[in-house]
Design a protein around this ligand. Structure first.
Ligand code: SAM
Length: 223
């Protein structure tokens, strides 16, 4: 099995289990029309994040890497009444598209989009004494993944869930020839932190689908 089959199966699963409603389809269309890169999570992955947020259960969610707000919509829809989601995005053009998509989805009141380098936004959240987040989805520039995990530890509580995306990258994570690439180095640093940090307890799972061969790490902040 290879990409054509992975895409066919993903389409079958998505059509059956995770059909997009107007707000999600709109977010896809506007992101494409604005020339954003096609690197949002797939519908099946978005629903997976949504279910994780419900299961946690997450009342406060932090997302690092907004793009057009597609995964933000899936996550924010899992918030209970009174819940809140903060999403961090560097590129102003992406943030503009995401803001409009969140408004179109009726989620502008429960979401807060902060623009700028995520490392600065994370430091600001910490300095403001933000309440701990129950779930953190890390999906921005992979080179900073270990730094994002370190900040996440300061912004969560025991039992919080962290999802770190794109940790397999077509198998490059275990290819010695790719070890010097910045995104692979960042992923190695993050996974090594998960393995060694006394407050992190995690695993990683390989995935295939419409977006190719990749994987995610699922991490729990220890009690
Ligand atoms: N989570 C989105 C989704 O699934 O719909 C996809 C996010 S995309 C993979 C990564 C995003 O991170 C891009 O929009 C990019 O501009 C943003 N990004 C890159 N470097 C960043 C940084 N230093 N701080 C904040 N965002 C950054």
């Amino acid at each position: 099995p290879a990409q054509p089959e992975w895409t066919t199966v993903d389409t079958y699963l998505a059509d059956l289990l995770t059909p997009e409603d107007d707000a999600l389809a709109h977010a896809h269309r506007t992101s494409e029309a604005a020339g954003l890169p096609p690197i949002a999570v797939t519908p099946t992955q978005g629903k997976f994040l949504h279910l994780l947020a419900l299961l946690t259960p997450a009342r406060r969610i932090l997302e690092i890497g907004t793009l057009g707000g597609y995964s933000t919509i899936w996550l924010a829809r899992a918030l209970p009444a009174g819940g809140h989601l903060v999403t961090l995005e560097y590129a102003p053009a992406h943030a503009t598209v995401a803001r409009a998509n969140l408004t179109h989805a009726g989620l502008d009141k429960v979401t807060e989009l902060r623009t700028g380098p995520a490392l600065e936004s994370l430091a600001a959240l910490h300095a403001e004494g933000a309440d701990p987040f129950d779930l953190v989805f890390i999906d921005a520039d992979k080179v900073n993944n270990a730094r994002y995990l370190e900040w996440t530890l300061k912004l969560t509580r025991p039992g919080s869930l962290i999802v770190l995306d794109n940790v397999v990258r077509g198998g490059r994570v275990a290819d010695p020839a790719a070890a010097d690439e910045p995104d692979i180095r960042g992923t190695h640093e993050a996974l090594e932190l998960v393995a060694s940090h006394p407050r992190l307890d995690g695993t990683a799972v390989q995935t295939v689908g419409a977006k190719g061969y990749d994987g995610f790490a699922l991490i729990r902040v220890r009690d």
